[in-house]
Write a protein that binds this ligand. Structure first.
Ligand SMILES: [Zn+2]
Length: 387
């Protein structure tokens, strides 16, 4: 049996590494930013588009797919790969983040005091057995537990799945974070037990919680490592700002053994990818490239630290490509003026072109970062991009 994960090359000056995760649906080259297809679709792109762009892995969402169309329908369709016609590597999250974020609010909700998007959704009870909540679709009462999440994820049939954890929010105190982390550890044992019972070939990732507290992160790191899941995720509150987040990642990665792939949940801005990779992170997922695209915020190599707002009036008669250095089919064939017009006219193609460009841009960025590690040019890569 081949190893699940192979390290091909280690950077000399940092923990950055290039590797391969071997799955039943092909090899996944790392570092990798998984492309988020929350509801079994990367909005506006077909699997053929994703292949052309060079997307290595799609991440789908257990919470949303459980509510609609349901894991049983997906299983009858032959599993998620067949259902959405994506035959490459796939990851599903546990549903924990979604169910808890609607109960606790996310960091950005907390900072901006934004109203909850789904007014009907609500956490009714969090207990040792699991979480009772109301569906945002119809208000029906639902339960997610370690066992149920693992059962759902195995019916969906992704190559890599996540343990069910309590995603501790940003505002709670250390005591809450500790109790929550300890429950997450008991839940991890239950996830592993359930997963072994199902005799599934799917690879389970345990999740390191512990908030921003070094001693809790240490305990969580040791616990998850000892649990012997084939992969590890870093989750939960990573702090109020990027430097705190990098500190949390640093302390976890300094302690973790190098044999397993490590995934940083829900993070993936350009600077975060570089800072994560140099600390030893192998895979990431982030909704920002696709979500930003739908709001007309596009990547450009001219300003890696900010986005080009294509809807701005300055682009009305700008007949150059979105990014002159991008070799995606959008930048080869369309102008800023045309994409600006499509957005102003509310034409669907605008969102599709914007999404295609953003996904291509960031996949290309990660691919180049990987190549730079393989060729001992990681420092040069960082300098070139201003990171
Ligand atoms: Zn482009």
């Amino acid at each position: 049996m081949t190893n699940f994960f192979t390290v091909q090359k280690k950077d000399k000056n940092s923990r950055a590494r290039a590797g391969v995760i071997h799955t039943a649906h092909g090899d996944l080259q790392t570092p990798c930013l998984m492309t988020v297809g929350t509801k079994a679709t990367v909005k506006t792109l077909t699997p053929a588009d994703l292949k052309k762009i060079g997307v290595g892995c799609v991440l789908c969402n257990t919470y949303h797919l459980h509510l609609n169309p349901g894991e049983d329908l997906v299983a009858r369709a032959g599993g998620l790969h067949k259902f959405m016609n994506w035959d490459g590597p796939m990851f599903t999250d546990s549903g924990g983040f979604q169910v808890f974020s609607m109960g606790h609010g996310t960091v950005s909700d907390e900072i901006k005091s934004r109203e909850r998007r789904h007014s009907k959704s609500r956490v009714l009870e969090i207990s040792e057995s699991g979480v009772r909540f109301r569906s945002y679709l119809d208000g029906a009462e639902k339960i997610l537990s370690p066992e149920i999440s693992i059962q759902i994820q195995n019916k969906l049939g992704a190559d890599m799945i996540a343990a069910f954890d309590e995603c501790t929010p940003f505002h709670v105190d250390k005591n809450y974070t500790r109790n929550s982390m300890e429950m997450t550890h008991r839940w991890l044992d239950r996830c592993i037990f359930e997963h072994e019972n199902l005799k599934s070939p799917t690879k389970l990732f345990g999740i390191i919680q512990g908030g921003i507290y070094p001693d809790l992160r240490e305990i969580a790191t040791d616990f998850v490592e000892k649990s012997n899941t084939p992969g590890i995720c870093i989750g939960g509150s990573l702090g109020q700002n990027k430097s705190q987040m990098y500190d949390v990642v640093e302390m976890v990665m300094a302690r973790i053994s190098p044999e397993k792939p490590v995934h940083l949940l829900g993070i993936g801005d350009l600077d975060d990818l570089v800072r994560g990779v140099e600390r030893g992170i192998d895979t990431f997922d982030c909704v920002t490239p696709t979500r930003n695209a739908r709001h007309g915020l596009l990547f450009s190599s001219e300003f890696p630290d900010k986005k080009l707002r294509i809807t701005n009036s300055e682009f009305r008669e700008n007949f150059s490509p979105i990014d002159k250095n991008c070799d995606c089919e959008v930048c080869q064939n369309f102008t800023r003026a045309y994409v600006n017009y499509l957005f102003r006219a509310n034409e669907y193609l605008g969102i599709r072109l914007a999404t295609h460009h953003n996904v291509h841009f960031i996949q290309n960025f990660v691919r180049k970062m990987r190549e730079s590690i393989l060729t001992d040019q990681f420092e040069k890569f960082k300098t070139e991009w201003g990171f």
